[in-house]
Design a protein around this ligand. Structure first.
Ligand SMILES: Cc1ncc(C[n+]2csc(CCOP(=O)(O)OP(=O)(O)O)c2C)c(N)n1
Ligand SMILES: [Mg+2]
Length: 538
């Protein structure tokens, strides 16, 4: 059978189980559109390449499966970079497929002035992808078409870049034999961790995104029970061990929760790199003893040196450790009491903000997927909304990428079983408001919530906190309801974030059609945002 490069590309995606591709065409990649026309894969055409990768990322975060973006040479590829960076920092399995100028016109290292030419297009992707495939011949493309999706889906997940010179898409030739299957990883060796775990008086279990990637939610709960350890979840791990009595369900930026870290004599970090945003830039003291369970040993050791690294799959490691440790142990702290104390002090410091969290939680059923942007309501939800399961909330920390949530929600809407709500500010929503056209055209079932405080509220807060008057942070905002209507979408605006908001959000979430809900309100940022961190800088 003779296939074109474009057909091979699509065959590689189909073999990887891909069912949707987010793309934007150009003269260089149009052959891929022809191949997709013949494929069961759904092509969703977006209005900006950043949205192609954000949507692929949203799809990947909700499903744990590969998200795919397909863009054209040069500016098309470059337009994806912010979204690639977010997916990279959040360890999302995303494949970015871009074209390049024809091999026949390319002189390495020289800018000749060919349409869309870049001197070093793969170089742009070096800091935001874990691997780059740049086939230069048909035979190399025939291998890369299958190897690139496979690499992107492998743990530790991060975006992969596949660049295909446009002439190879329409070329055909001999297909080399496929490489044999990858060896299956063995069971992690937990033995070296057992003594450290058994010797701890006050262990704390810290679960990160790797626990989600490995499907280790229940296993984290079992291990915590065997250790008698309270569970702290990172932003990425919101929903892990949900409902477990030892899960605190509040971030360590809250002093009552941070105190448990300070008192612990052992931290067991499951699938976490103990990053700056979670540890307040390591203002939290180094744990007296640290056991790290991680599929990526370098990631596990880069911030604080672990006493023991259990290398391998988080779920397998937690299950094996729970089996080895004898029975449940009484927790060394009353987790429910800590949670209640922390909630009470938050409620007295931030009554309106906790009211917003309550109003939001009351409006969304359990199956809802919530996508938070870098906005004040997003910080509150990302840190404090009790996701009832993993993969039900996304939060860009990560890279802190403003404008990601709404375009990510396009992918989430195609993947989620329940309703999808993106939460943006009036600033961040405008980054990708053109995607309202995609939502309308594809009838993607989602609610775009915009909390309009008339500006870059977070920066307005930072200026106020430093004693300065507002400058360059107040925004002219459009009539978002009219904007939605111009795309044929139902929009509605409410004042405040109380009961009328909650009732409106419940109605929007129940509506199977895409909708836009605007809430005119301003919130104070939560203690998870750096100007409010309670631990002083060293
Ligand atoms: C790509 C990017 N650009 C700029 C920023 C800096 N930034 C962080 S929050 C913010 C303000 C966002 O305004 P809005 O979306 O209205 O949310 P609000 O803070 O008002 O709740 C800005 C500009 C960023 N994080 N990412
Ligand atoms: Mg705002």
């Amino acid at each position: 059978m003779s296939r074109t490069g474009a057909q091979l590309l699509v065959a590689g995606l189909e073999a990887a189980g891909v069912d949707v591709v987010f793309g934007l065409p150009g003269v260089h990649n149009l052959a891929a559109w022809e191949a997709l026309r013949e494929s069961p894969i759904r092509l969703v055409g977006v209005r900006h390449e950043q949205a192609a990768v954000y949507a692929a990322d949203g799809y990947a975060r909700v499903t744990g499966r590969l998200g795919v973006a397909l863009v054209t040479t040069g500016p098309g590829a470059a337009n994806t970079l912010g979204a690639c960076g977010e997916a990279w920092a959040s360890r999302s399995p995303v494949l970015v497929v871009s074209t390049d100028i024809p091999t026949s016109l390319r002189i390495r290292g020289v800018h000749r002035g060919v349409l869309h030419e870049c001197v070093d297009q793969p170089g742009m992707f070096a800091p935001v992808t874990k691997q780059r495939f740049t086939p230069a011949t048909f035979a190399e493309l025939a291998l890369a078409a299958f190897a690139a999706p496979d690499a992107a889906a492998q743990a530790p997940a991060r975006p992969v870049y596949l660049e295909i010179p446009t002439d190879l898409l329409s070329a055909s030739g001999d297909e080399p034999a496929m490489a044999s299957a990858r060896p299956v990883a063995g069971a992690p060796d937990v033995e070296p961790a057992l003594d450290v775990l058994a010797g701890a008086q006050r262990p704390l279990l810290w679960a990160g995104g790797g626990a989600v990637a490995a499907g280790a939610s229940a296993a984290v709960g079992s291990l915590a029970r065997c250790l008698g350890a309270p569970i702290v979840t990172t932003y990425q791990a919101n929903g892990v061990a949900a409902g477990h009595p030892l899960r605190i369900g509040l971030p360590p930026h809250v002093p009552e929760v941070g105190a448990l870290w300070d008192e612990a004599d052992l931290v067991v970090a499951v699938g976490s790199d103990l990053d700056g945003t979670m540890t307040q830039n390591w203002r939290m003291p180094a744990p007296p003893r640290l056991v790290a369970i991680n599929v990526d040993e370098a990631d596990a050791a880069k911030n604080w040196a672990p006493d023991v690294i259990v290398a391998g799959d988080a779920r397998a490691a937690c299950e094996a450790l729970a089996l080895e440790l004898a029975g449940p142990r009484d927790p060394w702290v009353d987790v429910a009491a800590v949670r209640e104390r922390a909630r009470a002090s938050l409620r007295s410091a931030f009554p309106a903000e906790l009211g917003f969290l309550d109003a939001f939680a009351a409006a969304v059923p359990d199956e809802t997927v919530v996508l938070c942007d870098m906005c004040i309501p997003g910080y509150w939800l990302g840190g404090f909304h009790p996701a009832p399961a993993p993969r039900r909330i996304t939060y860009p920390l990560g890279w802190g990428t403003l404008g990601c949530a709404f375009p990510q929600s396009l992918g989430a809407a195609l993947a989620a079983e329940g309703p999808v709500v993106s939460v943006s500010g009036d600033g961040g929503f405008l980054f990708a408001c053109g995607e309202l056209a995609t939502v309308a055209q594809e009838r993607l079932p989602l609610t775009a919530l915009i909390v309009d405080d008339g500006g870059y509220g977070m920066l307005r807060f930072d200026q106020r906190k430093s004693g300065a008057a507002s400058y360059g942070v107040d925004l002219h905002t459009p009539d978002f309801v009219a904007l939605a209507a111009s795309f044929g979408l139902r929009g509605e605006a409410v004042d405040g974030l109380g009961d009328p908001f909650s009732a409106a959000l419940a109605r929007h979430v129940a509506d199977p059609q895409p909708t836009v809900l605007v809430a005119r309100a301003a919130l104070e940022p939560p203690p998870t945002t750096s100007p409010r961190w309670y631990r002083p800088a060293a």
